[in-house]
Structure formats: C-alpha cells, structure tokens
Design a protein around this ligand. Structure first.
Ligand code: NDP
Length: 376
C-alpha cells in the first residue's frame, strides 16, 4: 500500500444511499445446491471502518471453494476469523453470501480511504471470511481492492482476482519466486487447465520462467496458447515416465494434491533450494472434523513431519500455499493485464438468475479457466 500513498486525493464521504436492502444469493444452512436461495431482502453491507469501500458488483466468479463452503467446508475456522471473540458453535454465519471475486464500481468510501473514489472501476478477491460477491453490493477494505484493468470488461476482470491472489501467494511467498528471480527457473504446474493453473502459467511466463504443465489431453491447446513450454497429458499411460525424463524442476505448484504429491516430489532438484507448494492442504478439513484446536495441531503436525522428511531426504522445501488478500499485488497484475501479458480465461458465463446452474457447472469439474456470473 505504501506504493499507492499520495497517488490520490484524500477523500472522505458519508453514505448517501438510502437503500437498506439488496438482492443476493444466500445460503441459510450448509448442503447441496438446493440450499442456494435468491433474495431481495438481505441487508445492504455498510461502511463499518474508515478504510472500508462499498462496491456495486457488476460481475462475480466462482471457485471450487464456493462449492466446498456451500457444503460447510472451513466453517469452524471461518467463523473464528469472522469474529475472533466467539469460539463457540452458537454464533451463526447465516445468511451467508458466497462468491470470492468481484469486478465493480466504488459507490462509497470510509473517511480514511485515500486511494479510491466513488465511480472508480475496481476488482478484488473477497476473503472467504467476509460476505461474498454473489450480491448487489460488497464491502471490502481498501487494502483488499485494486483498480480494475482498463482493457477488460467486468466479466473478464471477475475471472482473475482470487486465482491471481492465490497464485501470487503460492508462487511468491511459498515458492520464493518473483518477477526478478524466475528467468532461470523451471516450474511444474499440475492441474494447469483450471482457474489457478491458467493464471499461474501466464504469470510465470511474464516473469520469464520455463513452465511445464500437466493437464488432460484436450486442454493442451489451451495451456500452450497461454504460454506453457511443455505439456504432459496426465491421463496418458506413460505420463510419469515423460515427467521423469525431463530436467528436474526448481518449483512445483500442485493444484491437484492427493496422489499427485507423491508422484511429483521426485521431480524436484535435490539440495538446491527447490520447493514443492501444494494448494490442497488438509487444514480446513482437519479443523472441521476435529475442532479448531485439535484440527490445527493435527494439520501443523502433518505439515511439520512432511517438511522435515523432505528437507532431510533431498533438501526440498515442502509448503502449503494459501490465498491471501492483497490489493497492491492485484495492482501489479492489472499492469500485466493491460500490457497484454495476462489474458482472462472465461470458460462459462451465467446471468445472476442462474447462480445454481453456475454452481452445477463448477461441480462437474474439468474446468478450463473460470466460470463467471454477471450480477448487474
Ligand atoms: P479448478 O477446478 O478450476 O481446476 C482444476 C483443474 O485440474 C481442472 O482443469 C482439471 O481438469 C484438472 N485436473 C484434475 N485432475 C488432474 C490431475 N490428476 N492432473 C492434472 N490436472 C488435473 O480449480 P482451481 O484451479 O481453482 O484450484 C485448484 C485447486 O487448488 C483446487 O483443489 C482448489 O480447491 C485449491 N485452491 C486452494 C486455495 C488455497 O488457499 N489453499 C486457493 C485456491 C484454490 P480435468 O479434470 O479435465 O483434467
């Protein structure tokens, strides 16, 4: 945010809207698609802190996390994150609004917001502990928001923030890569045809890395078009051999998890600071099934033992990657998009009336980029 300081005039406004209710898709309990309910009577979000921004949502997108959260995934940890002072199960999070990406227009700003003004077109990834973007309005802090790339429509822009924030956090914080350190690096992305993968390929190519991708055969054209240097069809009988004959990798970004973890670990360079980063960690599943404390301890133990095992056997750093909200990082993505180095990959688009159908699409799997919802 320091880089943003002084860019904009200091702005202070008081809410001018008289509207008290808005339309949204909510859930009142966890479950299958039937729990999604459209309403026009959900309270408008308000500016609760001086750094809050109220955004009118033009487009939202769905992520696998939305389907999981609809079913209750991460409920215990998210409840604690929403209100750290209540650790009991009695605090209700309902009605809960899902949707993690937003592209829209600023309608109101808290008194200490310095970088945004009403009327600004913005994009953001809504943290999962906040009310989501499948709604007419959403409130975020200015640290979570960024000016939308001018070259994209709202639909296109909504396809990027959550996967971009995740990929940046996983490749940067956990994988140790950045714009200036990637040109001589070999990176393997598993599950390269999905939301995170299609963004990560482009980011790494913009940073100058050599990128190898695993995906289904019918996704090869897509990932090559985004810049992948080498592609392995993971459904091919000789997929493992193909990967083993390649030069070893500096970083693996694993979007698949499960058996993928075992099979790719041996593909990393040994004793040279190589990193394995998986986005599929058991943290939230553990806290859901075992409770906050036991689940966190269990997950921490799992992470620690895998980290020790891998560092001792080959000097490989074993890490879990997580989404992290970061508006200024999205500013950088915005520049790459407007420079034509990163393209949106919108596979499917649904009107706001068809949010359940959008969830169904996501649940079918085999994503080729992102599923987006036009909200207004
Ligand atoms: P998507 O559903 O958009 O993409 C997954 C992709 O993986 C699909 O294209 C799928 O296509 C492909 N795939 C499935 N199985 C394999 C396999 N064995 N090898 C190679 N490719 C495969 O998911 P996202 O990209 O949005 O997210 C990826 C994972 O990361 C998800 O599990 C998600 O929950 C997790 N995630 C975690 C975050 C965190 O904070 N920890 C944040 C964001 C995502 P096909 O089946 O046709 O091959």
């Amino acid at each position: 945010l320091l880089a943003r300081a002084g860019c904009r005039r200091n702005f202070s406004s008081s809410p001018s809207r008289q509207q008290s209710c808005m339309s949204a898709w909510v859930i009142d309990q966890y479950g299958t698609n039937g729990v999604l309910r459209y309403t026009e009577e959900i309270s408008m979000p308000t500016i609760n802190s001086p750094s809050d921004i109220l955004i009118k949502v033009n487009a939202a997108s769905l992520n696998p996390l939305d389907v999981s959260m609809r079913g209750g995934y991460g409920a215990k940890l998210m409840r604690l994150r929403r209100n750290p002072f209540t650790v009991t199960d009695s605090e209700s999070e309902f009605p809960l609004i899902l949707g993690r990406d937003v592209s829209g227009v600023v309608v109101d700003c808290g008194s200490e917001v310095t970088y945004f003004n009403p009327g600004d077109e913005v994009w953001a990834a809504v943290p999962p502990w906040k009310q989501g973007s499948l709604a007419e309005f959403v409130t975020l802090t200015e640290y979570e928001v960024s000016l939308k790339p001018k070259s994209l429509s709202h639909i296109e822009a909504a396809s990027i923030p959550y996967v971009a924030s995740t990929a940046l956090s996983a490749l940067g914080n956990a994988g140790g890569l950045c714009r200036d350190s990637s040109s001589n690096k070999r990176v393997l992305i598993t599950g390269g045809s999905g939301g995170v993968g299609t963004f990560a390929i482009q980011l790494l190519k913009a940073w100058g890395a050599h990128v190898t991708v695993t995906c289904s055969q019918n996704a090869e054209g897509l990932v090559r078009g985004l810049g992948a240097d080498e592609v392995v069809d993971y459904t091919a009988e000789d997929a493992a051999e193909q990967l083993e004959t390649m030069e070893k990798f500096d970083v693996v970004l694993d979007n698949v998890g499960g058996e993928s973890e075992e099979s790719v670990m041996g593909l990393l360079k040994t004793w040279s600071g190589a990193k394995y980063v998986t986005l599929v960690s058991p943290l939230l599943l553990s806290t859901d099934s075992m409770g906050l404390l036991d689940g966190a301890v269990h997950a921490g133990f799992t992470l620690h033992s895998k980290a020790v095992q891998n560092i001792l056997s080959g000097g490989i750093f074993y890490r879990w990657g997580f989404y992290a909200p970061d508006g200024p990082a999205l500013d950088e993505v915005s520049r790459l998009v407007d420079a034509g180095k990163i393209l949106p990959v919108v596979e499917a688009q649904f009107p706001f009336t068809q949010v359940p159908q959008a969830f169904q699409k996501l649940e079918q799997g085999h994503a080729r980029g992102k599923t987006v919802v036009q909200v207004s």
